[in-house]
Design a protein around this ligand. Sequence first.
Ligand SMILES: *Cc1c(COP(=O)(O)O)cnc(C)c1O
Length: 380
Amino acid sequence: MPSYATDTILAQGAGQEHDPTGAIVSPIHLATTFLRPVEGDPSTEWSYSRYGYPGLEQPEATLKTLEGAADCRLFSSGMSAMTAVIMALRPGDHCLFPIDMYHGLRTWLQAHSNHWGMRVDHVDMTDPDKVRAAVIPGVTRLVWLETPSNPHWHVYDIASLAGIAHRAGAKLVVDNTVATPILTQPISLGADIVVHSATKYLNGHSDVLAGAALTAADDDFWKRVALNRDYHGGILNQFQAFMLLRGMRTLHLRIARSCESAMALANALQGHPGLTEVFYPGLPTHPGHALASRQMAGGFGGMLSIVVAGGEGEAKRILTRTRLWKPATSLGGVESLIERRGAVEGPCSHVDPGLLRLSVGIEATADLIDDLLAALSPAN
Ligand SMILES: *Cc1c(COP(=O)(O)O)cnc(C)c1O
């Protein structure tokens, strides 16, 4: 088997088998149960759709190849994948999470860890020394990070944090939703588990809710993660698996365009009198820029945030004035979205109330810049 470039794997879909009709894309099989022709034993690959079904292995194999993983499981949402990983821990286990992270997971984690008897600490992972000081050898089981992190786009050093985690006997989990395997392959840098909200860039069209977990090793921990999907029923459904594979086929093109536009937008916004901050790892002034240049290949991602000088009131006003930038949560779709993150995260948010998070889509770069600059302009 020749080893193909990422673009080729994506366009053709790894593991894509042609069925007897010769159809160029695989059909959707909706059956929940499968014949057991040999004396009633489950002799075929499939038995019951809560465990798997024909059509799931194609998107799983595609993502597995892209991430360089030993195994991949698709879930009904990013949260379903992430909670399946965390619920593979045992009571008393300790884990470390960043301060800047996806707020939905943080909210669930607070409730779950109390109930489950799990110890959770949040540390500033931009400083590996702080992580080194916070791990408890033999007790810490997971170090979890998301890079670039939401919504300040801090960049965390995967290789160095993997070393720290491993020396303490812990696994390193990377939420690779924002970078995607096009820009960063965490397993090649030492990560043990990779998770995704496939709802975002992997699908890319804001019409599928999906998640993924991938592993570097098919070990006991991974078997518990897989068991959680099999028995909690968190498997991705047939139609969404079809849609996800279809979306992924253009991932490389969409990521390239979003990165290019995000970089141009960050340059156009930097120093704007109406803004106090522009957070984007592609800017040389960003504290994580040098690390991002090493760790991300081909671009700095399609996400950036700005802090409006006029605060919350002015940020709200901007949201009513953009035309192309749609005021909505989520990210990674072909259409550009803008949101005031504080409003989404609620009263416990640590985010500046004037912070606007931008998900750069694939529209023409100049149109996106013009639309945002017009909305920022006090003359309008
Ligand atoms: C959206 C998101 C999640 C949650 O995924 P869902 O698919 O919405 O369940 C987790 N992590 C990151 C970084 C996200 O952006």
